[in-house]
Ligand binder design. Structure first.
Ligand code: G16
Ligand code: MG
Length: 217
C-alpha cells in the first residue's frame, strides 16, 4: 500500500514561528505597534501579506501599497538572516524518525506550506531529500483553509487527494485537509485543533504502529 503523506512546515517540522516573530517585531516596533507573542499566534499558517495586514490592524495603521511592499521586503530580509543560521538541531523532536519510516516503507512524502522560504529551510536543516514534492507559498494562490496547497501536493505526488494524510499545527490547515477529504492529523493543542481526525502533542507521540495503520487503511 502506498499513501501520500503531506507535512506543514512551521510548527510541524521546525519552529520558525519564533523567527517570524522577531522579524515582524522590528517592523512593528518602528511603527509604534505593540506586537506580542500572543498576537503572533494569529500569524501562524497565514501568508506574509496577510500577516502584515493583521499587524497594521493591531495598531490601526493605514499605509500605502508602496510602504507595505517596503516593509514586506524588510521583514523577509530579517527573517532570511535568522533562517540562514538554522541547523539540523532545530528539527522538532520525532520528525526525522517518521520521515525515515515513510521512506523505508515506500510512501510518498510532500511538503504543503504557506511559506515562500520553505525550500531553503528544508535544505538548511538537511531534510530536503525526504520530500518527493514541495508545494509552498510560491505555488498557490488560495491560502489555507482553502485546500489548494494540499491538493496540489497530492497531484505532484501522483496520488489521489482522498485518503492522503496531512500533518498540521494550524486550525486553517486542519480545515483545508478536511475540505480535501484528507486524513487530518493535528500536531499541538487538542482543544485548539479539535477539528482534526487525530491529535498528538508532537511527533514523539506518533509510533510506527500508528503509521502502519495509516498506510493500510
Ligand atoms: C508559515 C508560517 C506563517 C508565515 C507563512 C509565510 O506557514 O506559519 O507564520 O507567515 O509561512 O512565510 P514566508 O514569509 O516565509 O513566505 P506554514 O504553512 O509553513 O505553517
Ligand atoms: Mg504551520
Amino acid at each position: 500500500n502506498q499513501k501520500a503523506f503531506i507535512f506543514d512546515l512551521d510548527g510541524v517540522i521546525v519552529d520558525t514561528a519564533k523567527y517570524h516573530f522577531l522579524a515582524w517585531q522590528r517592523i512593528a516596533n518602528r511603527l509604534g505597534i505593540d506586537f506580542t507573542h500572543e498576537h503572533n499566534e494569529q500569524l501562524k499558517g497565514v501568508s506574509r501579506v496577510r500577516s502584515l495586514d493583521i499587524i497594521l490592524g493591531l495598531g490601526n495603521v493605514e499605509a500605502s501599497q508602496e510602504d507595505k511592499d517596503k516593509w514586506l521586503a524588510e521583514k523577509n530580509e530579517a527573517y532570511l538572516q535568522y533562517i540562514d543560521r538554522m541547523e539540523a538541531d532545530e528539527i522538532l523532536e520525532g520528525v526525522v524518525p517518521v520521515l525515515q519510516y515513510l521512506k523505508d516503507n515506500n510512501q510518498k512524502v510532500a511538503l504543503g506550506s504557506a511559506s515562500k522560504n520553505a525550500r531553503p529551510i528544508l535544505e538548511k536543516v538537511g531534510i530536503l531529500h525526504y520530500f518527493d514534492a514541495i508545494v509552498d507559498g510560491n505555488d498557490v494562490t488560495n491560502a489555507k483553509p482553502d485546500p489548494e496547497v494540499f491538493i496540489r501536493a497530492a497531484q505532484l505526488l501522483g496520488m489521489p487527494s482522498e485518503g492522503a494524510i496531512v500533518f498540521e499545527d494550524s486550525v486553517a490547515g486542519i480545515q483545508a485537509a478536511n475540505l480535501a477529504k484528507m486524513v487530518s492529523i493535528g500536531i499541538g493543542d487538542k482543544s485548539v485543533l479539535h477539528e482534526a481526525q487525530y491529535n498528538f502533542n508532537d511527533f514523539t507521540e506518533i509510533d510506527t504502529k500508528f503509521l502502519a495503520t495509516l498506510v493500510t487503511t
